[in-house]
Design a protein around this ligand. Structure first.
Ligand SMILES: *Cc1c(COP(=O)(O)O)cnc(C)c1O
Length: 451
């Protein structure tokens, strides 16, 4: 860890703890261009904060990525079982090493990685897995595909992460695992979640699909629970189109993951269990290996930019950057997110805030508009023969009654975010544009209801 790195880590820890006293001593200059912030709103005919500038685009590629794909094409090694030194086995070694796990199994997507873990842990019909309603559908898909019951616990409204207290309340005699989701790429409260898992003898599958390289209490995410899962889908902070990975330290369990993901066929060549075919292909791994050299640099850059944005935004009334838990050393910043409190903006609806900021040249949006507890899959499983056979009528009735997640609803209403995989690779002045645009809208909040 170099000196700058340490400074940044301290900075994030301080910023998230709400105290900047230790780090304001000249490391990050107080910044703000007043004239840009008090002018007329662009949506009302004023000059936009940002014009004719593009954000770093995503997914990332350069000639090394292209060469890597060409090399795989010409090698005729297109499938992982053709060679032990192909791109997929190489990627598995390198990814395990990068995040400090002993083993890695690559898959065709993050959803496939999660489902493989659920199956490998022997979780199926009759079993329950507790997870978040505020996540990608792939999270619950992995539980539903195993015909287990996804039990949704509510959120901590400041971090947008699973609330450990509610997780504990949702445990029943059939609960087998917790699937914490590291939302936006930042760590959830793993100390509490691991404690609860231990107390109730539950497995922990970390959904780190957004959280590559993020670090919490000295460990990278995806190495804290029994198993960790990642996604390399196009939008994620390490991307190859579609792809995923499972990480873990238990050799036997990771071998089981390999067997499950390989249509039930083990490394010994015997078809031993029921399993889908979820192998990553060699082209996907070629795209990932081609961008390997810059991965840590891009991660560092997003962290530095996020720290600067938080520093700029944390004193804007009504804008509250995502809370980071104590022990967070770094985040992946798949999204940079904040809570918009309309009472500080003349009660203007979030949509008006978004419109005004967009006119200034900065794109903010909601992420998940409606929590998974409000999607139609619930009625579908409650009416399905499989679920009616595997779960008692009483449990299914109780399931429907307990489906509310009011904190998640609040987060869906109030959260504002920037897609960060590309944009957070921008310059310091790009970050200042984001903050200036938001501050300018705040300064003009009395006009927001007229737009
Ligand atoms: C993207 C994502 C997934 C699913 O990964 P895919 O590769 O798209 O299947 C699961 N969970 C979370 C939190 C995600 O962001």
């Amino acid at each position: 860890m170099n000196k700058n790195d340490l400074t940044r880590r301290q900075f994030i820890a301080a910023a998230s703890a709400g105290s900047l006293a230790t780090v304001t001593s000249g490391i990050i200059p107080a910044y703000g261009n007043l004239s840009r912030k008090v002018g007329k709103l662009a949506i009302l005919g004023g000059k936009p904060v940002r014009t004719n500038k593009s954000w770093p685009s995503w997914p990332y590629w350069d000639n090394k990525v292209v060469d890597s794909v060409i090399k795989t094409t010409k090698s005729r090694i297109w499938c992982r079982i053709q060679s032990r030194s192909g791109t997929v086995p190489t990627l598995e070694k390198k990814f395990a090493q990068l995040i400090g796990a002993k083993f890695c199994v690559a898959t065709g997507s993050g959803t496939q990685a999660l489902h493989t873990c659920v199956e490998a842990l022997g979780i199926g019909p009759g079993d329950e897995v507790i997870t978040s309603p505020y996540t990608d559908p792939g999270t619950i898909s992995s539980i539903l595909t195993a015909r287990a019951l996804p039990v949704l616990a509510d959120l901590d409204t400041e971090s947008y992460q699973l609330d450990p207290d509610d997780v504990e309340k949702k445990i029943t005699e059939n609960t087998r695992a917790i699937m914490p989701v590291h939302m936006m790429g930042q760590p959830c409260n793993m100390a509490r979640i691991m404690e609860i898992a231990k107390k109730h003898n539950l497995k922990v599958i970390e959904d780190a699909a957004q959280a590559h390289l993020a670090e919490y209490k000295g460990k990278k995410l995806g190495t804290i629970g029994d198993l960790g899962c990642f996604s390399f889908q196009s939008s994620k902070t390490i991307a190859c189109g579609e792809g995923g990975a499972i990480t873990g330290n238990d050799e036997e369990l990771m071998d089981k993951c390999y067997t499950v993901h390989n249509h039930g066929t083990s490394r010994r060549g015997l078809t031993e269990v029921a399993g889908p075919k979820y192998r990553m292909n060699e082209f996907e791994a070629a795209v990932l290996l081609g961008q390997w050299d810059g991965i840590e640099e891009r991660f560092e850059r997003r962290n530095e930019n996020a720290a600067h944005l938080t520093y700029r935004l944390k004193d804007v009334p009504g804008i509250v950057p995502q809370k980071l838990y104590e022990g967070t050393a770094s985040g992946s910043f798949y999204l940079y997110s904040m809570t918009y409190q309309k009472e500080h903006f003349n009660n203007a609806d979030r949509s008006k805030f978004f419109k005004a900021v967009a006119a200034e040249g900065v794109s903010l949006s909601p992420y998940i508009v409606k929590g998974l507890h409000k999607e139609p899959w619930i009625e579908h499983i409650l009416a399905s023969k499989v679920y009616q056979k595997m779960y008692s009528a009483k449990r299914l009735r109780q399931y429907r009654e307990q489906i509310d997640c009011p904190n998640c609803d609040k987060v869906c209403r109030e959260m504002a975010m920037i897609w960060a995989s590309g944009p957070l690779l921008g310059s310091r002045s790009d970050m200042d544009d984001i903050a200036d645009a938001i501050e300018k809208v705040y300064e003009n909040r009395d006009k927001l209801n007229s737009i």
